[in-house]
Structures are given as C-alpha cells and as structure tokens.
Design a protein around this ligand. Structure first.
Ligand code: NAD
Length: 258
C-alpha cells in the first residue's frame, strides 16, 4: 500500500465519480485531504464520510475556472493542514453531448471546455507549486483521457483540451523537476462511475469493453490507486509521463480488433 502519511493532498472534482474515490483512497493511505467539489455541500458530504471512516479531510467549494477561487482552495489546504504536497487536477467538463467536430462545434462549447479542462489545471499548478516548493517539493497528477492520446471524429474540444494537458504536464515536470516537483498525467479509458452507468447506453459500454485488451471496463478504484502511487515516494523517479490507465484500450490498432 502506498504510504501517504504526513502528506497533504487536494483533489478537484471530488464530490463525485473518480475524484470522490480518489479522495477516499488518499485518506485511507494516510493523507490529509482537501475534497474540492464544484459545490461546497457536495464536497463537505464526501469529507464527512472520510472523517467518519477515521480519515482526515475538509470539504471546499471551487469553480476551477476562477483564479481567485483556485487560490482560495490552495489557501484552505495551507490553513487547515500547514502546507500542500499533492494536487490532483481531476475536475473536467464531462457532459459532452454538445461537443462535436471542428466545423460543427459551437465556439462557446470549445471555450467552456478549454476553461474547465485546461485553465483550471493551469491555475491549480500556478498556485500549488509555490506552496509545494516551501515543503521541498510535491507531486501533481492531471487527469486526462484516451481521447487526449488518440483522435476521435467527435468531441474535438474535450480531446484537444486533454492533449494540451499533456503539454502542461511535461512543462511543469521540466520547469520544476530540479526543485523536486513531479508532474504526471493519467489517460483514462472507460471508467464506470455512477454517472457513466446512468448515462452511457449499455450497448456502448459493451462495445467499449470489447475493445479493451482486458475483459472488463475500469473501476474508480483502478484510477485512485494509481494516483495514490504517483503521489507516494515509491514513484519518486517518475515525472513528465502520460500513463494510460485504460485496460489496454489504446494499446492496439482498433480496425484490426474487429
Ligand atoms: N469516467 C470515465 O470514463 C473517464 C474517461 C476518461 C477521462 N475521465 C476523466 O476523469 C475525470 C473525472 O471524471 P468522472 O468520470 O469522475 O466524471 P464526473 O463528472 O463525476 O467528475 C467531474 C467532476 O468535475 C466537477 N466539475 C465540473 N466542472 C467544474 C468546474 N468548472 N469547477 C469545479 N469542478 C467542476 C464536477 O462537479 C464533477 O464532480 C475527468 O477529468 C474526466 O475527463 C473520465
């Protein structure tokens, strides 16, 4: 089990899905966790559950596209726990029914997606790193997607925002690596969150599963444990990487599967 004892971690988008499981997992591995949700109530609910299980957590509300609110989120970690070691930039615009191809997508959908998926992690890195430097280093994990590694015919805003996140990841790794700040991205395949089970048609889930190398789709815990490892000292020589956590989804030539 990765040991995160003594570390302070922030997880954005942590009131639901992958972020929620990650916040719970980091706390179970010993971290003090700032559960950052889009709504303060949702975040506090998750933090209260963590505390009820014996973990250490507070909940804060944050709109990740708002610079002052991201600053306040980082400040909340410092006020509550004395500093910051780990940041998981997990929040993203995940309701993608309006995203489309480059010709047909509405410009405001492109702008909104870029704001949440890229401007948000940019602010996170911008204000987390100075706090990490005060503690001699830290670790950042940016959540990306298979759609950032490979192109799709649809979801241009989402895919391009995640591909750009890989650039931010490598920039941070190189600009602050000498000062012991590590930064990695995880590129996820289909992960069965409650929302995904509710919103994605069973036929589509079966199709995605068939195209994984493994015989199943992902669970939120599959992702959370990788984040915990990347935050731990066991991963202290890993930085600037985009690590696929996708059951082998991007490991093959899709046309040949069929
Ligand atoms: N579930 C999957 O199959 C899958 C696949 C690839 C990548 N991902 C990525 O995993 C991450 C988590 O997604 P999820 O599947 O758990 O979905 P989710 O919708 O449950 O999580 C996204 C979270 O981000 C928050 N959020 C959205 N806009 C925000 C904003 N402007 N400010 C603050 N918070 C905001 C939402 O409230 C939500 O809690 C995302 O980065 C997503 O792109 C998920």
């Amino acid at each position: 089990m990765p040991d995160l004892g003594g570390k302070v971690a922030i997880v954005t988008g942590a009131a639901s899905g992958i972020g929620k499981t990650t916040a719970e997992t980091l706390a179970r591995h010993g971290a003090a966790v700032v559960v950052a949700g889009h709504s303060e109530n949702g975040a506090e609910e998750v933090a209260a559950e963590i505390r009820a299980q014996g973990g250490t957590a507070i909940g804060v509300g944050v709109e990740v596209t708002d610079e002052e609110q991201v600053k306040a989120m980082i400040g909340a970690a410092v006020t509550a726990y004395g500093g910051l070691d780990c940041l998981h930039n997990n929040a993203a615009a995940t309701k993608m029914h309006r995203d489309s191809d480059v010709v047909n997508v509405a410009t405001e959908v492109w702008d909104e997606t870029m704001a949440v998926n890229l401007r948000g992690p940019f602010f996170g890195c911008k204000y987390a790193i100075p706090e990490m430097l005060k503690r001699g280093g830290g670790a950042i994990v940016n959540t990306s997607s298979a759609a950032g590694l490979k192109a799709e015919r649809i979801r241009v805003s989402y895919g391009v925002s995640k591909a750009a996140l890989h650039g931010l990841t490598r920039h941070v790794a190189n600009a602050y690596g000498k000062q012991n700040v590590r930064c990695n991205a995880i590129a996820l395949g289909m992960i069965l969150t409650e929302a995904a089970e509710r919103n994605v048609e069973p036929k589509m889930l079966a199709y995605l599963e068939e195209h994984n190398a493994l015989a199943r789709l992902g669970k939120t815990a599959d992702v959370a444990e990788v984040v915990a490892f990347l935050f731990s000292d066991a991963a202290s020589f890993i930085t600037g990487e985009v690590i696929a956590v996708d059951g082998g989804f991007t490991s093959h030539l899709p046309a040949l599967v069929d």
